[in-house]
Design a protein around this ligand. Sequence first.
Ligand code: HH2
Length: 266
Amino acid sequence: MLPKLGRCAVLGVLNVTPDSFSDGGVNFRAEDAIATARRMLDDGAAIVDVGGESTRPGSEGVSVEEELRRVVSVLEGLVGLPVSIDTAKAEVARRALELGAELINDVTALRGDPHLAGVVADAGAYLCLMHMRGAPRTMQDDPRYDDVAATVAAFLEERLAFAVEQGIAEERICLDPGIGFGKTVEHNVELVRRLDVLLALGRPVVIGFSRKRSLGRMLGDPEATTGSVFASLGAAVAAFERGATILRVHDVRETVEALTIAEALL
Ligand code: HH2
């Protein structure tokens, strides 16, 4: 799945939103988004993940019409290029697949829209199932787990079985612990340190630590709302070393260079 680097692939984040936590507004105009996507692919991304709804902590979500309005012109400008769509909505996924998207990245792991599984199955598309506790509006209100790695693994195992039951081929599914989605800094750290628990499910693991607030907080700012590029590179290399094979990142060129060297040396 998604070859480009030798042993892992970079998925470039393209938020077509006014309010994403680290790059909100930067690619809100379709021309800018299309140019950014092309640059990410030139820089070595295996695929570009187009999203029209922010899931940052506290966000409320947008309507299907608004999400379609944001992403369709961008997808039209990227026909023929490897694209993923970051959506939980069946209607947005359906339109994106018609326009050539190959992967559906669903942060709700098929719990958000009862029609999404059928859309993915009918298209024979790739699917990313992500763990999230609660919903973006409230997910960071004091999240607690007895054993975060075991809880996330059990959840993803159940969602994987559900997706397969719905007719989605297991070989097309990858799993993501959802860094920052209903998790403290310590939970996020433990999920990467114990990635073997997720790898035991037998599917490729995606890690999206890029620019997330935990990185800024780990560097000593308790109020940080983002993390730096340098901190993100450290997280990407560590996640790769722990066995993640798909890294979801904002800074593609920097990450591809870091991972190319890590692949050569590890
Ligand atoms: N993180 C975000 C959004 N989608 N999808 C997966 N599979 N894994 C992630 O870690 C993940 C994701 C949040 O980051 P971003 O897209 O940059 O921000 P926003 O949701 O504010 O647009």
